[in-house]
Every structure is written in C-alpha cells, then in structure tokens.
Design a protein around this ligand. Structure first.
Ligand SMILES: [Zn+2]
Length: 322
C-alpha cells in the first residue's frame, strides 16, 4: 500500500508552473493499494498551454491521499508535455497528441526520434507500458484537455462498446467520431491495444470552471469503472449538476466534417463562436487567404480555433442518433 511519486503543491503549480518538479517518468502521483481492480491512467497537459488537466489530477491525488480512501486497482496520474507546460505553449516542435498511431509509435521506439516532443512521447510511452504491464484488470485512459474557445465542454468517445456508456455516466455530451477526425491521438494508441480511452475538452484554457469540470469528470470516471466507490466522490451530486448544466443537455454528436488548415492559409476564425454552437450551411465561419470559409453543412461547430497554432480550423457535427 502506498502513494508514491512526487507531491506537487497545487498553489505552486498555479502560480509558477515552470518551477514544478515532475518526475522523469511524467508521474504526478500513483495510488496502488494492492487491491484487484482496473488500471486508470489519467493524463493532463498533453498540450502545454492546457495546465487545467494537471491541476485537476493533483486535486484528486491530494484528496485521495488526505482521506486515505480505498482505491481498487491502480490509479496513475501523468503530466503530458512537461517542456511545453513550463513554457506555457501548446508544443515546442510538434503536437504531442498526434503521433500515437501504431506505425509512428513503432518508429519512435526504434529510432528514439529527435524532437523535443519525441523525447516527451517516449517517456510517456514507458509510463504507459509500465502501467499496462502491471495491470490486474481492465485498462482505461482518460486524457484531460481544454480549449481556446469558450463553450460547451464534452467527452471524446472511442469505438469501444463500453465507451459510450461511460461517457453517459460522465454527465457531459459525448462526441462520436472525433477520434477519427483527429487521428493518432492517445485514444488511438489505447484503443488499438483493446483498451478504453476517453478524452475531455473541459472548457476554456484558463477558466476556473475548466479545472472543476476536468476534476469532476475524472472523479465520476473513477467511480464508474469501480476504482473508487461513489461515496468516495466529494460533492457527487454537485459535480453531476454542474456538469449537466455546463453540457447544456446537448445530445450525443457525431463528427461529420473537419476543416484542416496549414500555416500558409492564414486562417482566421470569425470572432464569437462557442464550442457546440449551432451553425447553418453556407454561414461564413472564418476567412483565409482564399476568402471566406463557409460551413459546408448545418450542425454544431466543434473546437473553433482561436489560437495561432493548430492544424484543425474547426469541426462540424450532427446529432449522433436519429
Ligand atoms: Zn488539448
């Protein structure tokens, strides 16, 4: 029994993230009390300008350590792009959440790569490997993210049959097909191995509610997979109420369109779009060097890009059912 790893002071992380020590294996904390149960890997900060997920993980680890609550299986909290988090940028050389397909992973393992993110990914891979190798039950990965635009938070659902049910338990809209529209994320890595993987877009990067949303989703997931009892979740009803309120009861949405961009496009999103806002076919959503960029179909806009770096201008989804 024991809680290993470095204890990171949350206030310190909030104010001077560059000074935080994260272990070389990216571990924020690990709880394994020797009981049977699932292995739950929760990661945050895969994008270095998204510290909210790291804070959410630290809050949960601190609460579980303080209350000494029983935990079944193994809970592992990981910090994603440590170098980029220190700089407060999305990434240094390339997006850390885009090279997780089997071919890229195999190549990285063979060559060790050369970019800053290759090093980060190899270290995280070793942490994943270790958690998977020692698993005594099902393996679930939850990746915590935040967005440049304001708007409705949501869960990115994978194809695993249990994934949709789990997303339902997490009290936010579930988005189907985003893992196909954005290939080679950690979701693809875990689902290729046959495990369950979910990602959360918890809200705008630096909003306080984003940390609460991400923390709440992770608590609910831990209970939903049986790592902790529902009674262990602090303020369970309040968390569910807040998530449902922030999710605006948007139904499950299936992604039907991705607007990919390149730097030479000089893509500029029109101001004011919120995540999961309804849009109509033909509506001018953005401009680039070729002129106006229109919605090719009606639906809900997802992840409109309001930061200078990125390869996805926006996505459009429609109701997943019916
Ligand atoms: Zn992200």
């Amino acid at each position: 029994m024991g809680n290993h790893g470095d204890t990171v002071d949350e206030a310190l992380l909030t104010t001077i993230l560059p000074g935080v020590h994260v272990a070389a294996n990216h571990q924020l904390g690990s709880i394994d009390q020797g009981r049977p149960g699932p292995t739950v890997v929760v990661s945050g900060g895969m994008h270095g300008n998204e510290p909210a997920g790291v804070l959410a993980i630290l809050r949960i680890l601190n609460t579980l350590a303080t209350t000494n609550a029983p935990v079944a299986g193994h809970l592992l909290g990981l910090c994603g792009n440590v170098g980029a988090l220190r700089l407060g940028v999305r990434y240094t050389d390339r997006d850390l959440n885009r090279h997780w397909d089997a071919a890229s992973v195999a190549q990285l393992r063979a060559t060790h790569g050369h970019t800053a993110e290759d090093v980060e990914q190899l270290e995280i891979l070793h942490a994943f490997d270790d958690a998977v190798a020692h698993a005594r039950g099902p393996i679930v990965h939850l990746d915590l993210h935040s967005m440049s635009a304001d708007g409705v938070p949501f869960i990115v659902v994978c194809e695993h049959p249990q994934s949709v049910q789990l997303a339902h338990d997490l009290c936010l809209p579930g988005i189907v097909g985003l893992e196909k529209a954005i290939p080679a994320t950690t979701i693809e890595y875990f689902t290729t191995l046959g495990h369950i993987a979910l990602a959360v877009e918890g809200g705008q990067h630096h909003a306080e509610s984003t940390v609460d949303t991400l923390e709440s989703v992770a608590w609910l997931l831990l209970a939903a997979v049986g790592a902790i009892s529902w009674a262990t979740v602090p303020d369970l009803q309040g968390r569910r109420d807040r998530l449902r309120q922030r999710g605006l009861n948007v139904p499950p949405v299936k992604v039907t369109y991705r607007h990919g961009i390149a730097p030479q496009d000089h893509f500029r999103m029109k101001p004011g779009y919120r995540n999961l806002q309804a849009v109509h076919a033909g509506e001018v959503l953005a401009e680039d060097d070729r002129g106006p960029v229109r919605a090719p179909e009606s639906g809900w806009i997802l992840l409109p890009l309001y930061q200078p770096v990125g390869t996805d201008g926006f996505f459009i989804g429609s109701a997943a059912l019916g």
